[in-house]
Design a protein around this ligand. Structure first.
Ligand SMILES: Nc1ncnc2c1ncn2[C@@H]1O[C@H](COP(=O)(O)OP(=O)(O)O)[C@@H](O)[C@H]1O
Ligand SMILES: [Mg+2]
Length: 243
């Protein structure tokens, strides 16, 4: 008898290694960016739709996959009411604002049982472990707890984290004063703690929510708006660094 642990075979060691991120995980694409928060309601869909539109403005060919199987927002935010065409094998994405979109919301209505939703998008999300991720959070303590968990998970999976975004970081009142509703600097601090890039802040602006609700995100509805310029700056940074 010996206390020695059995040696792992080379094949087994390889299997246990975290996957390296590749640039083109989804067929026909050059680069995939996942928008994550490990939490709901902090602005992922708003960020994803506006970033997609900003990248398009910079001349990129963009697709948008709404991977939220429980609360898809792309049909509403892009005002898409039709169903995707299918040849029986594949689904055709729906193009709106020059962006090819796919969402579980095109297929499942409110009544579709949750149990069916998972398998419907699983194949599209299978590529998840090979993506580059942007983490969006509000600066609130409870949101940041989830962010920290998310960072650890992506690191473990070998998914490169492109950076962290502080969404709804402050509100500017009629008096011109900045109100930091969810606290201050939490997302930046978290980025520093985990040695990730802090990409910047997006203030709370009612126009952002209004445009999303009306089915035309702010970057498309009003490209010269100060908030649109923030999204465009993110897109420029991403384009020049990665694309
Ligand atoms: N910068 C912002 N300013 C104002 N409202 C925002 C901003 N970002 C997001 N929202 C609003 O916050 C709510 C949640 O955003 P959403 O993108 O749906 O979050 P998630 O996809 O993470 O659940 C929406 O009503 C959206 O319009
Ligand atoms: Mg969402």
């Amino acid at each position: 008898m010996t206390d020695k642990k059995p040696e792992l075979s080379d094949a087994m060691k390889k299997k246990l290694e975290p996957k390296k991120f590749t640039k083109n995980p989804i067929l026909g694409t050059k680069f995939t960016i996942a928008i994550s928060s490990a939490k709901g309601g902090v602005g992922k869909s708003t960020f994803a739709t506006n970033l997609a539109l900003a990248l398009k403005q910079l001349g990129c060919k963009v697709g948008l996959l709404d991977a939220d199987i429980y609360g898809p927002s792309v049909p509403k935010m892009f005002d898409i009411n039709e169903k995707p065409k299918s040849d029986g094998q594949k689904l055709e994405p729906i193009t709106k604002y020059d962006i090819q979109c796919m969402s579980i919301g095109f297929l499942a209505d409110q009544q579709t049982p949750m149990i069916w939703r998972g398998p419907m998008v699983t194949s599209a999300i299978k590529t998840f472990t090979q993506k580059v991720t942007i983490i969006v959070s509000t600066p609130q303590e409870v949101a940041l707890l989830d962010v920290k968990r998310g960072i650890k998970m992506f690191d473990k999976l070998g998914v490169k984290i492109l950076g962290l975004v502080d969404n709804m970081s402050f509100f500017t009142g009629d008096d011109g004063k900045k109100y930091k509703i969810f606290g201050e600097g939490g997302v930046k601090k978290t980025a520093e703690e985990f040695q990730k890039e802090f990409l910047g802040e997006i203030p709370i602006n009612p126009e952002v929510g209004k445009c999303g609700d009306e089915g035309k995100p702010i970057v498309e509805a009003d490209p010269d708006h100060e908030i649109s310029k923030i999204y465009l700056d993110f897109a420029k940074k991403i384009k020049s660094t990665y694309l």
